[in-house]
Write a protein that binds this ligand. Structure first.
Ligand SMILES: [Zn+2]
Ligand SMILES: [Zn+2]
Length: 120
């Protein structure tokens, strides 16, 4: 599982996606809508511009079913614990981006605002 895609992209990062999107990704069928959330855990040792974040992309139907946001959002890192781990699978982030591209979709991760202390 996942070996073919990594022969193409090498050590590309693993992106958590829901298993429904994963099925559509493997079958290359248009998911219609994919929702991206960013979990934000604060800044690494309080350093500006070192946000600790984790992304998760899921199918629109999962929002309803699992009580997840219905639009692209940024959530507190603590909320990640309540994400349904049983539906989360990893995918090569580049292959998944290509898949979204093929179906005219994008993952719009919302990033934490830059720390004002770093703006001079
Ligand atoms: Zn799903
Ligand atoms: Zn890949």
């Amino acid at each position: 599982m996942g070996t073919v895609e990594h022969e193409i992209h090498g050590v590309a990062g693993l992106l958590p996606i829901c298993q429904h999107l994963r099925q559509k990704f493997l079958a290359d069928t248009n998911p219609g809508k994919a929702i991206s959330v960013t979990y934000y855990f604060g800044n690494f040792f309080g350093k500006p511009n070192c946000p600790m974040i984790a992304g998760f992309v899921y199918w629109v139907d999962c929002a309803e079913q699992y009580g997840l946001p219905k639009e692209d959002s940024m959530l507190d890192g603590n909320e990640m614990a309540s994400a349904p781990s049983e539906i989360i699978e990893g995918s090569c982030c580049k292959c998944f981006d290509d898949f979204l591209d093929r179906h005219n979709l994008t993952s719009n991760f919302i990033y934490p605002p830059e720390d004002e202390a770093n703006v001079s």
